[in-house]
Design a binder for this molecule. Structure first.
Ligand code: CA
Length: 236
């Protein structure tokens, strides 16, 4: 399968150089030159990788990454204009997977692109193994935590837990999206539904309850971790 890459870069000569070199390597490439078009193109194409410049018209790369992270787990390689520690830290905080400082060589870019795409493939395979594939077997197992889908039962250290229906649904939703960053809004929409009247604090409250039941130490959670400025991620 041809892997697809979305290039978001407003500097036309660089955009063209990137596109040319990536196409030459056999990737399907699409280019846009501003933040809003980046969102639109990413949603439409669901690319395997996004090469994202930070300084962009309309909406900067940080904002684009922040929004996309709530919707998809596509790898993001950020391009920064200077070797700025702040840019790098913010970039990683908003969900970029890697970054490259301008100017960079095409060889350097290609190495990063390949490494990100390889990571994406491995993650997908893992998801297939641990998540959806096991769903068919009617139980999900995360070490000492077992979810019996047929009986809607959750077992920790061989003792059944008393979960409220929404806690159970939330746990199941996390399990289906293991190791993905999930925003509160996304969780609210999927677990509570479009028409739910409430806000994202509902999610926080349920996560707290769930942690008290499934974590060894709810104050230092290792299964459901908080992603700063983002949401939650279920580690398993
Ligand atoms: Ca730029």
């Amino acid at each position: 399968m041809t892997e697809s890459i979305l290039i978001v870069e407003d500097e036309i000569s660089l955009q063209e150089t990137l596109a040319y070199n990536l196409k030459k390597e056999g990737y399907a490439v699409e280019t846009v030159g501003d933040g809003r078009s980046a969102l639109e193109a990413a949603r439409r194409l669901k690319p395997d990788l996004i090469v994202l410049d930070i300084m962009l018209p309309e909406m900067d790369g940080f904002e684009v990454a922040r929004i996309l992270r709530r919707e998809m787990s596509t790898a993001i390689l950020m391009l920064t204009a200077r070797d700025d520690e702040i840019d790098r830290v913010v970039g990683l905080e908003v969900g970029a997977d890697d970054y490259l400082t301008k100017p960079f060589s095409m060889r350097e870019l290609m190495a990063r692109v390949k490494s990100q795409l390889r990571r994406t493939r491995i993650l997908r395979e893992e998801m297939g193994k641990s998540g959806f594939a096991e769903m068919k077997h009617e139980t999900l197992k995360f070490d000492n935590l077992v979810v019996n889908l047929t009986r809607r039962e959750v077992i920790l250290n061989e003792s059944p837990l008393q979960l409220k229906p929404k806690e159970y649904e939330l746990l199941l939703f996390f399990a289906e999206h293991r190791r993905q960053m999930l925003s509160r809004e996304f969780i609210l929409e999927r677990v509570w539904g479009w028409d739910y009247i409430g806000d994202s604090r509902t999610v926080d409250v349920h996560v707290r309850w769930l942690r008290q039941k499934i974590e060894t130490d709810a104050a230092n959670p290792i299964r459901i971790v908080t992603v700063r400025g983002g949401g939650y991620r279920f580690e398993g």
